[in-house]
Design a protein around this ligand. Structure first.
Ligand code: GAR
Length: 207
């Protein structure tokens, strides 16, 4: 049975595009069942429509609380038979209703080598801190901001001449490489959590 992804976006949607492209290339055995945005003007919605994906906007202003908002998102995901939720530049904290409905089935991509530089403007934080290596992280989502077990990370150098824009662009290339691979790894199911560690199960992997 094909895995069904729900991709949540707020903006540009370049990571959504990398998932679409990986599926088209046959590198990711999954289909995108629905793209959900919390912003009607998200450019990623255009990409989704061009790829003939179903799109749904769920706007906070239509819900009286964060819990009701999250419950509405869960409703859309379940109605589309989603079995893995992929946050792709979704700039909202994820609450209990979503985490309870999809335990260990929500992934996020973040533009830093976590646990360094969680939150907003990760690339600027890295540059201002003066690290020599930056990168991207795909992790399972838990209640903590940019927390949760790390599935994959990719590193890129920070160059002396870097600006926030040039470093972000270098990290983004790595993000696009990383996210489809991390999704495939989670979907194959040959892993388990040991404390905080996402461990690929050697016995299961070779079976
Ligand atoms: C990406 O850089 C992603 O890592 C980041 O937002 C950008 C979305 O770009 N996410 C976070 O910072 C989450 N904490 P995209 O819309 O082009 O995929």
């Amino acid at each position: 049975m094909s895995h069904r992804l729900g991709v949540l976006i707020s903006g540009r949607g370049s990571n959504l595009q990398s998932i679409v492209d990986a599926i088209l290339r046959g590198e990711l055995q999954a289909e995108i069942a629905v793209v959900i945005s919390n912003r009607q003007e998200a450019a990623g919605l255009m990409r989704a429509r061009e790829a003939r994906l179903e799109t749904v906007c769920v706007l906070q202003k239509d819900y009286a609380s964060r819990e009701l908002y999250d419950a509405a998102v869960v409703g859309v995901l379940q109605a589309h038979g989603v079995d893995l939720v992929c946050l792709a530049g979704f700039m909202r904290l994820i609450g209990e209703p979503l985490l309870e409905a999809f335990p260990n089935r929500v992934l996020n991509i973040h533009p830093s080598l976590l646990p360094a530089f969680p939150g907003l403007d990760a690339q600027r934080q890295a540059l201002e801190h003066g690290v020599r290596v930056a990168g991207a992280t795909v992790h399972l989502v838990d209640a903590e901001l940019d927390g949760g077990a790390i599935v994959l990370q990719g590193a890129v150098p920070v160059l002396d001449a870097d600006t926030v824009e040039s470093l972000s662009a270098r990290i983004l290339v790595e993000e696009h490489r990383l996210y489809p691979r991390a999704i495939a790894r989670v979907l194959d199911g040959k892993w388990r959590l040991v404390g905080r560690r996402f461990v690929v199960d050697a016995a299961a992997a070779s079976a």
